[in-house]
Design a protein around this ligand. Structure first.
Ligand code: IPD
Ligand code: CA
Ligand code: CA
Length: 266
């Protein structure tokens, strides 16, 4: 990849480290409700987003933005675009459950070129540049080689849509029976990083948005993982909220075939 993309990725990481300092200053943060009581936002989500946008604009003045806390999103397929989740895991953040991160992806005409996800609580920076591998604090990472039966599985509950709860928990049951155990940690971008780093064999959720997975998708792919929708279609950057299933290729294929058999029988 060209030097400019590496430079932009460096700016993304520096901006995340800087903005994370704001997050770490927070104590007893009041939450505002968005669509329902589980869907919350804080002044820190907005302040972190504003600082990231400012720093990224300085580095790429013509780039457009697709951010979670933005009133109107720019075109996801713009010539140059940043996809930002300022705080992924806001519910954790509000409750002092220290497992949240900042997530930034850089795309050109819809193709992901760079991704950076920072967990300030444990000082872990995950990043990837297309074609150059995935890294955790500068060291190369790979997805696990374990079979599903010998893996931990992360999942999300798609908490903003209760209509998906029955299906989410029946998929969780399938994954639980087929694996070692489940984890519901509350930050989709970090679930993707857990797969990329080989800590978990699989992550799935019934509904996510582009800012939840944009950076993590590239990081998982660059770590040798496979990224799909739950119906088996490849996962690409697109505006619709949809399902996600990512993992080490073998573990993911096994899970998707169990999901397919179950859906065929109901
Ligand atoms: C949420 C978290 C959560 C996942 C939701 C996401 P947010 O993001 O990643 O783990 O289950 O689907 O929307 O709202 O904290 O940025
Ligand atoms: Ca968020
Ligand atoms: Ca999110």
């Amino acid at each position: 990849m060209e030097q400019r993309i590496r430079e932009i990725c460096r700016v993304m990481m520096d901006a995340e480290r800087e903005a994370a300092k704001l997050m770490l200053q927070a104590h007893e943060v009041p939450a505002e409700t968005k669509t329902d009581r589980r869907d919350v936002v804080t002044e820190f989500d907005r302040r972190v987003q504003a600082l990231l946008v400012q720093r990224l604009r300085e580095a790429a003045p013509g780039a457009r933005f697709y951010c979670e806390e933005q009133d109107e999103h720019d075109d996801l397929y713009a010539e140059e675009l940043f996809v930002i989740d300022p705080i992924d895991g806001t519910m954790n953040f509000v409750h002092g459950f220290h497992h949240s991160c900042l997530s930034v992806a850089y795309a050109r005409r819809g193709e992901l070129c760079a991704g950076a996800i920072y967990n300030p609580y444990v000082d872990e920076m995950f990043h990837a540049v297309r074609g150059e591998g995935a890294f955790l604090n500068g060291r190369a990472i790979r997805v696990s080689r374990e079979a599903l039966r010998d893996s931990i599985v992360c999942y999300g509950t798609a908490p903003y849509d209760m209509r998906l709860a029955d299906e989410s928990f029946s998929l969780a049951r399938i994954a639980f029976e087929a694996s070692l155990d489940l984890r519901r940690e509350g930050a989709a971008a970090l679930d993707l990083c857990s797969v990329a780093a080989g800590r978990a064999g699989l992550y799935f959720e019934m509904r996510v948005s582009p800012w939840d997975y944009a950076a993590g998708l590239l990081i998982v792919q660059e770590a040798g993982g496979d990224c799909r929708r739950l119906d088996g279609r490849p996962l690409v950057l697109e505006p619709e909220r949809d399902s996600i299933a990512v993992g080490a290729p073998g573990a993911l294929a096994e899970f998707l075939s169990l999901v397919k058999s179950r859906r065929a029988s109901t």
